[in-house]
Ligand binder design. Structure first.
Ligand SMILES: [Ca+2]
Ligand SMILES: [Ca+2]
Length: 128
């Protein structure tokens, strides 16, 4: 591989690091002291929207820990699941413990991100 070919992945790597840093900085102050942040990229902008909502509720079911943040970037669409306000854009949530299996009770991180193409890996950095 020549140097020009190698520089593209390196730039992409740094862009991902910057995106993650910006995402963590956007978390509420109470969540910034965690040792680990697990990011879940959940594309439910398709016929799997009900499953995506269910996945978020399953994550909420787990006990919370001050050492671990779970952040979900979730995109939905109209027509498959009208629960939880039936919003359709992309949002980020800091998962908080909740035992209601149908209501997303987690804290929304920042404003909605608009309609993102979740099939594009760069959707992670938008809105950071
Ligand atoms: Ca819930
Ligand atoms: Ca959408």
């Amino acid at each position: 591989m020549n140097k020009a070919t190698n520089s593209i992945p390196r730039m992409a790597k740094w862009a991902w690091v910057a995106a993650i840093a910006l995402l963590v900085c956007g978390l509420p102050a109470t969540a910034r002291g965690a040792t680990w942040t697990v990011m879940v990229y959940l594309d439910a902008d398709n016929n799997l929207e009900p499953a995506g909502i269910n996945d978020v509720n399953e994550m909420e079911w787990a006990p919370s820990s001050p050492d671990i943040n779970v952040v979900v970037q979730l995109d939905r669409l109209p027509g498959y699941d009208d629960s939880n306000g039936d919003w359709t854009e992309t949002r980020r949530y800091l998962i908080t413990h909740d035992t209601n299996p149908t209501v997303i009770a987690s804290t929304q991180v920042g404003p909605p991100l608009g309609e993102l193409n979740m099939g594009d890996r760069w959707a992670l950095r938008l809105g950071s």
